[in-house]
Design a protein. Structure first.
Length: 303
């Protein structure tokens, strides 16, 4: 016997409404559809459930017995709907997020406590490993990723930040080794470079107007942490490529100065990537909205 739960729910609604016509009107279904589905339910259980006359609708003995189960189905459906409504109204549950460690330490250090305070029913789990997680297979809600995104129809993305790269060095290093005046001068310096995913240094691309400079670099140090490179540069170890978010405090303290400031480096775009579900959980939407809120304030300050 294969009983369709939706038909049990319909059966309970008919009894509650008192007639096929009233149930059809409440459920916004054609009366013929309601009659057909109840006929299918009766065929599935092998007995009549309702006695229909022109004036009354009466339960059979078996129908009265089955009604108890049908009402439980209706109650479960209502409970599920209430739960979904509550979760959408009040973010709750565990929110699993993958992001680069530097992004967490520099950009998110102030936002995370505010999110925890604003949404007490949400618990956060942050994965700061450098690997690129599989959001769907590993059940992550959000991943923060920098740079270009590969095509993936299972994921959606929202741009949350742009970070301007630049070259920085400590005044003590420049006093000892000299200040580069042209990009080719960099080839005679100790270079602290971001480690690429394929290994080796991420190339430095410099542009001034229509002039573009890009050459293979021999790095003194490579690391997959622009924050670490900036801190090492502060000690006078060399010239580092890092982002404005990361070096701001070091520049303000006089620990780092911009090298070749008239030459621009590419902008790194930060993306919040999440499973491309039609209905986004409230906890995910709340986090993304707070990211937008934070970066909008930063952009307003910059303006």
């Amino acid at each position: 016997m294969d009983v369709e739960p939706n038909d049990l729910l319909l059966f309970a609604r008919i009894v509650e409404a008192g007639s096929f016509s009233s149930a059809a009107q409440r459920l916004d279904l054609p009366k013929s559809t309601v009659s057909r589905r109840i006929a299918l339910l009766e065929a599935s259980v092998g007995e009549r459930l309702l006695q229909r006359t022109t004036r009354r609708l009466m339960l059979t003995e078996f129908g009265a017995s089955l009604l108890e189960h049908a009402r439980k189905v209706a109650e479960e459906v209502e409970a599920a709907g209430a739960l979904a409504l509550h979760r959408q109204a009040e973010p709750s549950g565990k929110l699993r997020i993958s992001m680069p460690q530097d992004f967490a330490n520099v950009v998110m250090a102030d936002m995370i406590p505010r999110f925890i305070e604003r949404y007490p029913a949400v618990s956060l789990e942050l994965d700061l490993s450098p690997r690129r997680v599989d959001l769907v297979a590993e059940n992550f809600d959000i991943a923060i990723r920098m740079g270009d995104l590969p095509e993936d129809s299972t994921l959606a993305a929202r741009r949350v930040a742009t970070q301007q790269f630049g070259l920085y060095a400590a005044p003590s290093y420049l006093a000892q080794r000299g200040l580069p005046e042209q990009p080719d001068d960099l080839l005679r310096h100790d270079l602290l470079c971001v480690l690429s995913r394929a290994g080796g240094a991420v190339p430095w691309v410099l542009q001034r107007g229509k002039v573009r400079w890009e050459k293979a670099l021999t790095a003194r140090l490579t690391a997959n942490s622009p924050q670490l490179l900036a801190r090492i540069a502060c000690s006078g170890a060399g010239i580092a490529a890092s982002t404005d978010f990361i070096v701001a405090k070091h520049v303000a303290r006089g620990q780092l100065v911009r090298v070749l400031p008239e030459w621009e480096m590419p902008v790194a775009t930060g993306w919040a990537v999440f499973p491309g579900r039609r209905l986004m959980p409230a906890k995910t939407r709340a986090f993304l909205d707070m990211l937008d809120e934070m970066f909008c304030k930063d952009r307003d300050k910059a303006a």
